[in-house]
Design a protein around this ligand. Structure first.
Ligand code: AMP
Length: 212
């Protein structure tokens, strides 16, 4: 499959969790704008200082900041046959700008109702050594690493509500935008991690079969 693949969905839909399996399946490097921004915040770069307040308030970072970041990433040699984009684009302006520089072959929309999102996000934990994501109830970390898993600063209930609001107002309209372009693939994300992964895999294999 040529071009980039976009993983789309509300915060906590499982985009990051599914991205590594999809990256192995497609051979495309996984690029998460959220991870890039968190790394910039941790390193206290100019970008990080600019993004921090927005992220902690559950708001989107301004388009011009994030568009520059992705445009640079798409120029790296490993991006030649496309990237697996997790968390980008998130506004129509970002999608239009991506459209000018990169072909998007499929947008995988992982759909999860709002009431399930809050429960998922508030229990989410990450292993800082491997980057693996767990959930204290649904996918608990193994006992030997339970002490070192951390919670993202923006994974509290209040910030989740702001992130969901930003999603519905600014990001959700992109589903129609991509739907009109015939590249939207809807996946039921309200099931187990393996089942969601299997659904994505079979839908992508079916699509690439049609390409061939
Ligand atoms: P994520 O890890 O994808 O949930 O992103 C965490 C936070 O980073 C978001 O709540 C935004 O503040 C910011 N962010 C990540 N990707 C984007 C994007 N494409 N556009 C604007 N802000 C973003």
């Amino acid at each position: 499959m040529n071009g980039s693949i976009v993983l789309f969905g509300p915060p906590g839909a499982g985009k990051g969790t599914q991205a590594s399996r999809m990256s192995k399946l497609t051979g495309k490097p996984q690029v998460s704008t959220g991870d890039m921004l968190r790394a910039a915040v941790a390193a206290d770069t100019n970008l990080g200082r600019e993004a921090k307040g927005y992220m902690e308030a559950g708001l989107l970072v301004p388009d011009e900041v994030i568009i520059g970041l992705i445009s640079e990433r798409l120029q790296q040699p490993d991006a030649e046959s496309g990237l697996l984009l997790d968390g980008y684009p998130r506004t129509i302006i970002q999608a239009e700008s991506l459209d000018e520089i990169e072909s998007v072959s499929v947008v995988v929309s992982i759909e999860v109702p709002d009431d399930a999102i809050v429960q998922r996000i508030v229990g989410r934990r990450m292993d800082p050594e491997t980057g693996k994501i767990y959930h204290i109830e649904f996918n608990p970390p193994p006992a030997e690493i339970a002490d070192r898993v951390v919670q993202r600063k923006d994974d509290n209930e209040e910030t989740v509500r702001s992130r969901l609001l930003a999603y519905h107002e600014q990001t959700a309209p992109l589903a129609n935008w991509y739907g009109e372009r015939g590249v939207l693939l809807r996946i039921n994300g309200n099931q187990g991690i393996e089942e969601v992964g299997d659904s994505i895999e079979s839908a992508l294999l079916e699509l690439s079969g049609k390409d061939a």
